[in-house]
Design a binder for this molecule. Structure first.
Ligand code: AMP
Length: 228
């Protein structure tokens, strides 16, 4: 199964991606994770990428595109993959399509988690981390998981914020790229929607509403993927 996963920062894309990967038993390839691993290891690639990432800008296509196309050639990708965070602009979409066609590889699904910009931003900025347990979700803007005063709603522990969640400029910058339908991520999504129309519904486009809670989004997604 070859799957592309789209959704703005703050849409719960990471959470849903982990579930899809599990159900399809395919590697979850996240561009952002690959970059962060390279930065942590101090590789040449990491050094080149770091400044762009810190500013919330895209790492240049000349670095990103070959890195991902190379990753897709690894043996664990032979049976399929879930690509998350790539393509992120129109050029990357065109290059991916070209590379797949050249290898005779067919894309099965394009998933889009649909969420408006203001809600996505609130979700990121409202996120609070429990010092006792990372898996205690708290968000001051989401009714279902609102903290108990200034304490964790699950265990009453102290709550902290993630510094990059509070960097409004970087969040806006990432969303500017995502919601740009001329050359940004929306343009990449539309590229595959047009392709699907021209190819009689292949790849299948799966749109899910990102507004409800995690469980509801998962349910809609699995149902539309025929996995429910
Ligand atoms: P993420 O973890 O997906 O939010 O990605 C973190 C950062 O990695 C982004 O803000 C970009 O700087 C960079 N990045 C991730 N995916 C791409 C991509 N497809 N093209 C260029 N840069 C990317």
């Amino acid at each position: 199964m070859k799957v592309l996963l789209f959704g703005p920062n703050g849409s719960g894309k990471g959470t849903q991606g982990a579930i899809v990967k599990e159900r399809f038993q395919i590697p979850h390839i996240e561009t952002g994770v690959i970059f962060r691993e390279n930065i942590a290891k101090g590789t040449e690639l990491g050094k080149q990428a770091k400044a762009y990432i810190d500013r919330g800008e895209l790492v240049p296509d000349s670095i990103t595109i070959p890195m991902i196309l190379e990753r897709l050639k690894q043996p664990d990708c032979a049976k399929g993959w879930l690509l998350d965070g790539f393509p992120r602009n129109l050029t990357q979409a065109q290059e991916l399509d070209k590379a797949l066609k050249k290898e005779g590889i067919q894309l099965d699904y394009v998933i889009e988690i649909v969420l408006d910009r203001q809600t996505a931003k609130n979700r990121i900025m409202g996120r609070r981390l429990c010092v006792n347990d990372n898996n205690h979700p708290n968000n001051i803007y989401i009714e279902a998981i609102k903290p108990n005063g200034d304490r964790c709603r699950v265990c009453g522990g102290e709550l902290k914020t993630r510094s990059d969640d509070q960097d409004e400029k970087a969040i806006d910058q990432r969303h500017n790229i995502y919601y740009d339908d001329k050359t940004g991520t929306m343009a990449a999504i539309n590229y595959f929607k047009d392709l699907s129309k021209r190819q009689g519904g292949v790849p299948k486009i799966v749109e899910v509403n990102g507004l409800p809670g995690v469980k509801e989004v998962t349910q809609e997604l699995l149902q539309k993927l025929g996995l429910a």
